[in-house]
Design a protein around this ligand. Sequence first.
Ligand SMILES: C[S@@+](CC[C@H](N)C(=O)[O-])C[C@H]1O[C@@H](n2cnc3c(N)ncnc32)[C@H](O)[C@@H]1O
Length: 284
Amino acid sequence: MSTAAGQRVQMTDAQLKELAEIIYERSGIHFHPEKKYVLESRLGRRLAELEMEDYDQYIQFLTIGPYRDDEFQEMFNRITINETSFFRNEPQLQVFENQILPQLIESRNSLKRLRIWSAACSSGEEPYTLAMMVHRTLGVRLPDWHIEILGTDISQKALDVAQSGVYTSYAIRSTPQNILGQYFTQEGDAYELKEDVRSMVNFERHNLKDRLAAKRHGLWDVIFCRNVLIYFDDEMKQSVAQMFEDQLTDDGWLFIGHSESLRGLSTAFEGASIPQGFCYQKAV
Ligand SMILES: C[S@@+](CC[C@H](N)C(=O)[O-])C[C@H]1O[C@@H](n2cnc3c(N)ncnc32)[C@H](O)[C@@H]1O
């Protein structure tokens, strides 16, 4: 890492510890000391941009400076992985579309209200995929239903992309051809979502640490929270699992990433025995 003057700035172990504590305190993300090189390489450029001499200066800026909240966002955008795509892990999504969704439509038929929360949704590909599935499953019945799909993430930068509804060919790499034709308009490498699906999803900044903010939205019939628990330690995972328990209807469904598990973290949920797509329901 080098400053604007071209000198290399090292991160000491004490500075690493302090930065890791700030990141954990604010986001629940656990940065292992072995990942020092990741922080150094990603934040090095930021120090140079700010023309800072060392990490102590940066830590001060991040903790007591007048722009500390903005800087936390800036730093967070640089150190987190926002990897996602439309139709990511399709077998699990097929379970949602072909088994869970029809069941929910039947059980909610008198109220005609369905609420889906895609937590840690990054740039929105996941909640939009769910919206397409609801759209094509309900078909002509859609106008009779009150569908709420909320995508949340801690990163405003990711949410800005989500709200724009415009994606590159990388984001649509797993999207079936017929879906592309039905729900996107293409101009060069830009794939723009059509309004009928775009208008089904709302976005909001939310930190999974904030259980109180989650309560404002009431209960959800389905919660997706995939590929973020892997970055949390057990304490944070337990807190998030408690939030899912509080915010899910008694017969609701929880989807987490295929390499993630609630085993040993929560007794409130039990895995549903659906081959291909692992998901959870509240234990009875
Ligand atoms: C790898 S992406 C997963 C996106 C999507 N769920 C998927 O599976 O394709 C992880 C996302 O978690 C978000 N994230 C990390 N910590 C968070 C927190 N404490 N609260 C909310 N979102 C968080 C990151 O900003 C990032 O967009």
